[in-house]
Design a protein around this ligand. Structure first.
Ligand SMILES: Cc1cc2nc3c(=O)[nH]c(=O)nc-3n(C[C@H](O)[C@H](O)[C@H](O)COP(=O)(O)OP(=O)(O)OC[C@H]3O[C@@H](n4cnc5c(N)ncnc54)[C@H](O)[C@@H]3O)c2cc1C
Length: 409
């Protein structure tokens, strides 16, 4: 007779955990507070669901669980996830390593998980907000109901995109069972900046290199398509650094980002480029001189910030003004005062302290309690890494929860 396993949270991690526990022989019940499972999956990858990435490794993740992550990925990584979805019937498409369902529909991923849960007779209870998870004599009780479970898997997600259901309530359940929570902050979200000039360049997209500095010390560099908005910096390179920004601002540190609008050039190449241009086009007015280097709205902005009028002839601007302009092209500094918050964040950094979890994802505080997905203090970069963590940890926790606790420690 299989074990009774309860899964709390019907997101990516919870559904994977439920299927794997059922495949391993458990009788599985899943509680989801929304009126449907997998709401967040539908908005992933702009509705196409970038569910994994062929280039995988610990370097794409942050948090207290990097050793744990490596162990879990080694057992159920990209290949196993791909094979899992293929076995359910999904054709997979790789776009330069970024994996999507070939249908280009996130709903494919959700539908196949739902069908498999139905096929395995997993009892899915939607509209069920779990407010209390009690542990009595080695058994789990949900919301004081008269049913006892041998194992419970908490998959409530973090605090990001609360409109999809993940409002941080899982942390309260874990805390009451003895766990510590690493403070959660918004990650994979846009950066709000102090300067007022952003309105002039809102909507512009360009290739750029961003360097994040906290109290003047370089934390990381990111290159990619920057999206300028009326409040600051968005797009993948801004998203990738946002977890560091969130933690630094929480500690009241000074956060700046320097933007290079000529990411292929270092300072010397940049200077040589402008000097050569001066030779050929020095007689031109600045608006003509700068045309063709970067997006016109950017060159107009940088010109103004350097204190140069667009009607001035290039070879008549002062040496200090020319220096200022060069520096702005190579490293325009902007002061970051916030992020777009949990509402717009794709994930939350922080969560259950992974030092309190075994490599089978069981609680060291409460035997029989397991965790999977974003509820743990592990957050990945953009590119399929967060869903991969949900699949990997969901599979590990589901399989382990279906077995006796002693075998899994
Ligand atoms: C707009 C957007 C785009 C994204 N795009 C990508 C992408 O392309 N690739 C990628 O890898 N990642 C992407 N992510 C991140 C990824 O979706 C998440 O990291 C992943 O879905 C987390 O899965 P999870 O199961 O741990 O948590 P969630 O998906 O948040 O699921 C948690 C579930 O638990 C339920 N729940 C919470 N508390 C309770 C409770 N007390 N009782 C009952 N149920 C509860 C919630 O309603 C929710 O359904 C994106 C995120 C967003 C918001």
């Amino acid at each position: 007779m299989g074990r009774n396993v309860v899964v709390i949270g019907g997101g990516a991690a919870g559904m994977m955990a439920a299927v794997q526990a059922a495949w391993t022989g458990a009788a599985v019940v899943l509680y989801e507070k929304n009126d449907r499972v997998g709401k967040k999956i539908l908005s992933t990858g702009n509705g196409r669901c970038n569910f994994s990435n062929e280039i995988m490794g610990a370097q794409f993740y942050h948090g207290s669980g990097i050793v744990l992550l490596e162990a879990v990925l080694a057992e159920f990584g990209v290949e196993q996830s791909r094979a899992f979805f293929e076995s359910l019937g999904m054709r997979v498409r790789s776009r330069e390593g970024y994996l999507y369902p070939a249908s280009d529909q996130a709903s494919t991923v959700l539908d196949l998980l739902r069908y498999e849960m139905r096929r395995k007779n997993i009892a899915v209870h939607t509209g069920k907000n779990v407010q209390n998870l009690a542990y009595k004599e080695g058994k789990f009780v949900v919301n004081s109901e008269e049913k006892y479970y041998d194992a419970a898997i908490l998959c409530c997600g973090g605090c990001a995109a609360p409109h999809t259901g993940s409002d941080g309530s899982g942390f309260g359940l874990a805390k009451r069972l003895g766990h510590h929570i690493v403070p959660t902050v918004p990650a994979l979200t846009a950066l709000r900046c102090k300067e007022k000039f952003y309105k002039q360049v809102a909507g512009v997209r360009c290739d750029a290199r961003l360097t994040l500095k906290v109290d003047g010390n370089t934390i990381c560099r990111e290159r990619g398509e920057l999206q300028l908005t009326d409040y600051g910096l968005s797009g993948i390179p801004a998203f990738q650094m946002s977890r560091h920004v969130s933690y630094a601002l929480k500690k009241k540190r000074k956060v700046t980002v320097t933007v290079s609008f000529l990411p292929d050039f270092d300072e010397a190449v940049c200077e040589a480029f402008f000097r050569a241009r001066m030779k050929d086009h020095g007689d031109d007015e600045m608006d003509v001189f700068l045309t063709g280097i970067v997006n016109k709205k950017i060159s107009q902005l940088l010109c103004r910030l350097a204190g140069i009028r667009e009607t001035e002839r290039a070879n008549e601007i002062s040496a200090p003004a020319f220096e200022r302009l060069l520096r702005l092209f190579c490293e325009m500094e902007t002061v970051v005062i916030g992020t777009n918050g949990f509402d717009k964040a794709q994930v939350s950094a922080g969560g259950i302290d992974c030092n309190e979890v075994t490599k089978r994802l069981m609680s060291k505080k409460c035997p029989g309690l397991y965790f999977a997905g974003e509820i743990l203090d592990i957050d990945g970069l953009c590119g399929g890494y967060n869903l991969q963590w949900a699949w990997s940890s969901g599979a590990a926790a589901g399989r382990a929860a279906a077995l006796e606790n002693e075998e899994t420690v």
